[in-house]
Design a protein around this ligand. Structure first.
Ligand code: IVH
Length: 666
């Protein structure tokens, strides 16, 4: 199965894997796929089993990685947090079952199979029913205390319900991001020119380790609990444990995502069924976890090194597809950064047709040596933008040659520059049409000025016709101007003018975001608006004052300061204000919550809250929940597959809240 490693190759692999662990655990930025990682770990383990005398003390096989994160206090776990052994085939699962049977000396052991949530592990310490702290896994014995961040997750109860909980225990679970939230987050980051998260798991792990809980709250992390440690379990089996945890008010997996079987066939049937559902689940999983159902047997089975013997993970193959690179094109971004893009033969992958994949930058293309005409494997892995994981070099046409970054900008043909020490290649022309289009598009985007009908196409037309150079020109457009544009008739002209007009009163945060200051995305814009209250106050702020704000780093503070010191930027800002754009100061927080005294009706299934939780959250804020919609209803909280209440609410023009809206208002 494996090519045997030489001692030298083993040492090299150990060094490489230490690096990969750093990328994965400390930076939340893996450079190889999980599958590749697991394969390499397998090779290490294989070698170490054969040559125990050569085992390197720093080998990742020997320890659970993840070093301490600066800014967090470390605490000891009362019971160690281990990891699971992985299996990839029915045979490997079969040998796990046999091993358990043999160790226990019986053959009718029941197994509880669960979803393997693809997030980051958490331990919640409850003492006398109260949450005292929550820790990341860390090195398995000590983790980072992320309690303040966990408190921003609505589903984690600060106090348990009921009363039959042990006085002191650790609840084990997973923190994750739903795919919808992840996509939204990455979309925002892309709009803001920030680096994208590779997948929901890295986004969740990264978010949990932000130093400002206010920023964490905006990430909408979720939690699911599946285990209990440091105490006698209060129930006999794993499947009952889920019910008990739920009764205590903890978030748990849905009942149809659990299965109890006593044989391989049953377990594999569940695995198949879940694999089939995987593309439709609202969150990422990377397999299932198979656990001995009877909890008393867990201790009896013990552990080998860092993995317990009572459970294994059965991992699914990543969602990948093979296709051909038809072309490699380049795109210019709003700050001039040039990104290579693979134009692919369209292929269906995990629910959608893929025709393009980002190649990030020229170094990435060179490292993987991706060429036009290559057959490549692409992977979605939860990300919005698919990426090329590998190239089938054997199938490469003999006529192919390495790709080279063009010398000139695709939009304005100015010679591109590659600054020393930077990965990015840029178009240095500040009047580049391509950059202008992107800047206008960004200015008009939803989280900035929110100008409906002004997307990429219209932005390109406006710039092409010389009607718009900078955002303030948008507010001077007339009917006559727009009538020159191809495809613009009376209706579309009015639509665009109306939405431009409607955008003249943005919130201060939207306005700041629209300026397109380096490193200032939605979150930072909101922080700045909250603190500064007016654009003049923001302009007047010193570097130290900016850097002193919670949630704003040195680099960002400098970029903001520099932005407002540029005469050109100030002129554009004044032109915007003179054109009748009036940013609105954020409302000072009033005592009492928006929900106080309001009547809610809930319909359909919510993705992230049970009905009870939603009711609790409303009531805690002084609102009421009613069962039927009437003229007295203030808000309808709308879940998936709503019933007739939805129709009635629409008829009565009741304000409708999506789950996202609801969370924002919370
Ligand atoms: S049980 C000894 N159950 O997978 C560890 N883990 O690869 C017992 N995970 O660290 C863990 N879903 O972060 C368990 N239903 C589930 C899980 C699960 C996801 C994660 C967890 C664990 C990792 C092991």
């Amino acid at each position: 199965m494996h090519k045997a490693l030489t001692h030298q190759q083993y040492l090299e692999l150990v060094a490489a894997m230490i690096e990969h662990d750093k990328h994965y655990y400390d930076e939340n930025k893996p450079v190889i796929s999980d599958y590749e990682y697991d394969q390499k770990m397998h090779e290490l383990r294989h070698y170490e089993a054969k040559h125990p005398e050569h085992i390197h003390p720093d080998s990742p096989v020997q320890k659970v990685s993840e070093s301490a994160t600066q800014g967090f206090v470390q605490r000891d776990h009362l019971a160690p947090m281990m990891s699971l052994a992985n299996t990839y085939s029915e045979e490997e699962v079969a040998s796990f079952l046999q091993r358990v049977d043999k160790l226990l000396g019986t053959s009718n052991v029941a197994f509880c199979s669960e979803l393997k949530m693809d997030g980051t592990a958490i331990s919640l310490s409850y003492r006398k029913g109260k949450l005292v702290y929550g820790l990341t896994r860390g090195n398995g014995h000590k983790g980072d205390d992320v309690t303040q961040n966990l408190k921003t997750i609505p589903s984690i109860p600060l106090e348990l319900h009921g009363h039959n909980w042990p006085d002191e225990m650790e609840i084990r679970g997973e923190i994750y991001l739903s795919l919808a939230t992840f996509h939204k987050l990455n979309q925002e980051r892309e709009e803001e020119g920030l680096e994208l998260f590779a997948n929901p798991r890295n986004a969740a792990a990264g978010s949990l380790k932000l130093l400002d809980p206010k920023l964490v709250a905006r990430r909408h992390l979720q939690c699911v609990c599946y285990g209990i440690a440091y105490t006698e379990p209060p129930v006999a089996t794993q499947h009952e444990l889920h019910q008990t945890l739920r009764r205590w008010g903890l978030p748990t997996a849905e009942a149809h995502h659990l299965d109890v079987s006593s044989d391989l066939q049953g377990i594999m049937a569940f695995a198949k069924a879940i694999e089939g559902k995987r593309p439709h689940l609202p969150f990422e999983i990377d397999g299932i976890v198979i656990k001995v159902d009877e909890l008393a047997l867990h201790a009896k089975l013990g552990a080998t090194g860092k993995t317990p013997r009572f459970a294994v993970a059965y991992k699914f193959a990543p969602e990948q597809a093979r296709t051909k690179v038809l072309d490699i094109t380049v795109q210019v971004g709003r700050s001039g950064v040039i990104t290579p893009v693979a134009e692919l033969e369209p292929v269906f992958l995990a629910g959608s047709t893929i025709a393009r994949a980002t190649l990030h930058n020229q170094e990435e293309v060179a490292r993987k040596d991706i060429r036009i005409g290559d057959l490549v494997v692409i992977e979605k892995g939860g990300d919005v933008i698919p990426k090329v994981v590998s190239v089938d070099y054997a199938k490469r046409p003999s006529s192919s040659h390495p790709w080279r970054m063009p010398k000139a900008c695709p939009a304005c043909h100015t010679a591109l520059v590659h600054r020393e020490g930077e990965v990015a290649v840029r178009c240095p022309n500040p009047t580049c049409e391509g950059q202008r289009v992107r800047r206008i598009q960004y200015f008009a985007s939803k989280h900035a000025m929110d100008i409906e009908h002004l997307g990429e196409k219209v932005a390109a037309l406006l710039v092409d016709h010389g009607l718009v150079e900078t955002p303030s020109d948008i507010y001077r457009l007339t009917e006559t101007d727009l009538s020159q544009l191809e495809g613009f008739k009376e209706k579309s002209i009015q639509n665009l003018l109306t939405s431009i007009n409607a955008s003249r009163k943005p919130t201060l945060a939207q306005f700041i975001m629209g300026l397109g200051i380096k490193y200032v995305g939605r979150e930072t814009a909101e922080l700045l608006a909250e603190r500064a209250h007016t654009i003049d106050a923001l302009i007047a702020m010193g570097k130290e004052e900016l850097a002193g704000m919670e949630g704003i780093g040195e680099k960002t503070a400098e970029a903001i300061f520099a932005y407002f010191r540029s005469a050109q930027n100030i002129t554009e800002l004044q032109r915007l204000l003179a054109a009748g754009v009036h940013p609105q100061a954020p409302k000072r927080k009033v005592a009492g919550h928006l929900f106080a005294g309001k009547t809610f009706v809930i319909t359909g299934t919510l993705a992230r809250h049970t009905r009870d939780e939603a009711m609790r959250l409303i009531k805690e804020r002084g609102g009421h929940v009613s069962n039927s919609v009437s003229s007295k209803t203030d808000y309808l909280l709308l879940g998936e597959e709503p019933g007739s209440k939805y129709d009635k609410a629409k008829k009565l023009s009741v304000a409708i809240l999506s789950e996202d809206d609801f969370e924002t208002l919370l």
